[in-house]
Ligand binder design. Sequence first.
Ligand code: ADP
Length: 490
Amino acid sequence: MYIAMVSSECAPVAKVGGLGDVVYGLSRELEIRGNTVEIILPKYDCMRYDHIYGLQITYENLWVTWFNYQIRCTVWFGFVHGRKCYFIEPHSDDHFFERGSYYGFPDEHIRFAFFSKAALEFMLQSGKRPDIIHTHDWQTALVPILLYEIYKFTGMENCRACHTVHNFKHQGIAGENVLWFTGLGRPDYYYDQNRMGDDFNPSAINFTKGALLYANFTTTVSPGHAWEVRHTDWGYGLGHALHSHQNRFGGVLNGLDYEMWNPQTDPHIAQHYSVDLIDRKYENKKALREKLWLSHDYKPLIAYVGRLDTQKGVPLIRHALYYALAHGAQFVLLGSSPESGTNAEFWQIKHELDQSPDCHLEIGYNEELAHMIYAGSDMLVVPSMFEPCGLTQMIALRYGTVPIVRSVGGLADTVFDIDFSDKPNNERNGYVFYQCDHYAIDSAMQRAIGLWYDYPDRFRELMLNGMKFDYSWNIPGQNYLNIYNHIKHS
Ligand code: ADP
């Protein structure tokens, strides 16, 4: 099968969060299974160009009609760790992707609407006719709409669309101008509730809702979250639309790229290890402590890695830090927030704890340090308010780091409490709490720290249980192929 992934991220070349990991990992798995996969991305100026091999111009003059004029684009090709990637570079005064960061601009909808149209135009003009066009999140959610309203009539009638929602909080809510820019026009037609009309704002179109109605199949990133978005507030207003179209909506648990995240080969960690050589993990704890100037006392090391977004439970992350320090543990945090206020708050904590030999906060994005933290920590906290899938807990499991998570979405699908799960003992792999108050996380952390000190053998069993799980792309890759086959023949 021939699959085109159209996405705003792909790890490690353009990654902000899990979306980038998923696009890379799923593409690799599909290729291993004999499919042809091409990834189409914007050519951001801030990408990790050191991860692209053989970057060269492949298509010089891609003219994209935009409102009543045309924008010329250059399309580049390069390999990202073996994946075939096309990068679209528009030449316009808007400098859509030359702004020093991936997201966070007032014309965000216009930037990605342009990218969505340019991606289809590239396929059309270069003669690419993928069986499946797989799009991801609101940034590329206009692709299925453009495909079925415009490009289908220009020779792309056999392409099918699969859309994945990685985060329902961001849906792409925009005004009429997007319709005129992209050439869709006809506001009365698209504002209809059965097309792109937002259910709660009559003067807005909703990209994600549009994708849901136009794509042949829509997924979200875990079965647990697929249930939540239909039955609770976590659908952020799309519950009704999801219910109405539930025959072509489902949850597929994300996988983890087992080549990129492998403690046996990881180039960023001090000492390689595996289930059989678990003792070597402690060399990584030592190395991490040395790097971050932490003391080498006999204490567990607890970590947080991730965005400092309200979704991630910022107050509980902060609380976990102080709880760990007050209860005989060390704490390492790696993360940053798009909100300057949240960053400032964590900078303040960093200054306050500057002299502590038990704590380090790294406020920013650092891929290499993330690998060292997963390998060097004993436990990882993930106290999310909602979590469509979550990759950090799966990475932690792979690295023998015991996750302490709140039971939501994909976290509930992947972490099973040592004391309270209904799973057999050898499938219990971490600590789970339910409420979003301090007492809940306290009790989970207390149990985890207690086990580490009092029953180290049992704690080690828990680490090994986690490492033995298969959260690779093996099963989800097949699930996606089943969906592709289903929509291809429907
Ligand atoms: P989300 O997609 O909501 O950000 P996920 O748990 O699905 O969360 O994926 C997060 C991914 O991004 C993981 O690979 C994690 O290691 C990585 N990550 C998040 N923040 C940072 C950071 N500050 N530095 C390095 N890697 C990070």
